[in-house]
Design a protein around this ligand. Structure first.
Ligand SMILES: *Cc1c(COP(=O)(O)O)cnc(C)c1O
Length: 426
């Protein structure tokens, strides 16, 4: 489908039924696959032949959905994971181990920040966090001889900072390492990071890709562009023969498919965070309408951001599509069709006023989720961060009055009316 436009790919990539086959992607609910001889099965184990033998490593439903996402991003290969957390862990752990180091933007999802700063640190992988607005020189200065990757979020959750992908990619490449970016919020509809030099893309598919808050999932996509074998010492793990796979070299045997093959053959084999075929099927249903939903999320969010900006009970609005926004310039460059449905704003009157506002909403629901079809909001100071005082809140990048609004695909005027009636009660 690589010659088709992205809207068409959302519907048709990854699965092309032949004559008389099911129109919808079949759910292959089977752990195992049958073979006539041990030799045939043996060749699959040795990665000498293509095929399925056990769903922990590969399953036809999952593969079709991964192929669709790879096509949407313009990559060569992808693999689904059971969550976005697993996707980011695998993407980094595939090329970094004990004694290594990574450089990461500090403006990233809280779960990913903990993964990198706590759990991966326990595994012996050190990290340096740098500001998302770091210059080329500042990024280069954070890179060490044992640094294996640079990591960031294209549109950060929840700060909505936009990563200057080209600058981060150049700094990474000039130091012989890949740039890994989490593209969850923009989705490939609004940004395809490979076009700007990123090497690996990850997603929490639990957000817009599924889009209906039904399945937790993730995906790792490879552009196939990073030349691992140019740095055989730094990336010996992917270039050198793998003793756990009969001495094959992933780069020699799989070329541009080396990274995803290694991730599947080693990490999925040993750690096994795969989604069920049923969940992959549900994700595929979401992907079929991704282009339609993302466009509407962005239209609604821009309209609501402008309404909030002009309301006297609102102190500030953070939405990259607003001309007043710090990231408006980067948004025009990397996200010309819109950023996402997520907005944050402050209500006059701080913590108390925000609580009254939240409790008065009727249509918009209070939920910790973001990026699904129904509008939802979260006031961190009275929920996820309620144990923190005002100073502590500011220290961890939020404020007592901050409300995170995930705009859904309802009629924007109904959302605005609900917000207005709640603001009237403050
Ligand atoms: C939600 C999220 C994750 C984690 O994904 P899960 O599917 O919840 O495990 C990672 N990155 C970003 C940007 C997210 O929004």
């Amino acid at each position: 489908m690589s010659n088709k436009r992205i809207e068409t790919k959302c519907l048709h990539s990854g699965y092309s039924p032949k004559n008389g086959e099911p129109r919808m992607l079949p759910i292959v609910q089977s752990t195992t696959f049958k073979y006539e001889s041990s030799k045939e099965m043996g060749d699959l184990f040795d990665l000498k032949a293509d095929g399925y033998f056990y769903s922990r490593l590969a399953n036809p439903t999952n593969d079709a959905v991964a192929a669709k996402i790879a096509d949407l991003e313009g990559g060569v290969a992808a693999i689904l994971t059971s969550s976005g957390q697993a996707a980011n862990f695998y993407a980094i752990f595939n090329i970094a181990g004990a004694g290594d180091h990574i450089v990461a933007s500090s403006a990233i999802y809280g779960g990913t920040f903990n993964l990198i700063s706590v759990t991966m640190k326990k595994m012996g992988i050190d990290a340096t966090f740098i500001a998302p607005d770091s210059s080329y020189e500042e990024i280069c200065a954070a890179i060490r001889p044992n640094t294996k990757a640079v990591f960031g979020e294209v549109l950060a959750n929840p700060s909505l900072a936009i990563l200057d992908i080209e600058t981060f990619a150049k700094a990474a490449h000039d130091n012989g390492i890949p740039l890994i970016v989490d593209n969850t919020f923009p989705t490939p509809i609004n940004c395809r990071p490979f076009e700007f030099g990123a090497d690996i893309v990850t997603h929490s598919t639990s957000k817009y890709m599924d889009g209906h808050a039904t399945v937790v999932g993730g995906v790792v996509v490879d552009s196939g562009n990073f030349e691992w074998s140019k740095y055989p010492e730094k990336f010996a793990c992917i270039v050198d023969p793998d003793p756990s796979y009969h001495g094959i070299s992933y780069t020699e045997q799989f070329g541009r498919g080396a990274y995803i093959t290694k991730l599947t053959a080693q990490l999925m084999r040993d750690l096994g965070s795969i989604p069920s075929a049923m969940n992959a099927f549900l994700l595929n249903l979401g992907l079929e309408t991704l282009h339609v939903r993302v466009e509407r999320h962005c239209q609604n969010a821009l309209k609501i951001a402008k309404y909030l900006e002009s309301n006297e009970k609102i102190t500030w609005v953070n939405y990259p599509g607003l001309e007043s926004n710090k990231y408006y310039g980067l948004a025009k460059k990397y996200l010309p069709n819109g950023s996402s449905g997520v907005i944050s704003f402050g209500v006059k009157g701080g913590r108390e006023a925000a609580t009254v506002f939240m409790d008065s909403l009727k249509l918009c629901t209070v939920a910790t989720h973001v990026a699904d079809a129904k509008t939802c909001l979260l006031h961190p100071a009275s929920t996820t961060h309620r144990q923190l005082n005002d100073e502590q809140l500011i220290e961890c990048g939020t404020t007592p009055d901050l409300i995170r609004l995930s705009v859904g695909i309802e009629n924007a005027d109904d959302i605005i009316e609900d917000i207005q009636q709640a603001l009237n009660l403050i």
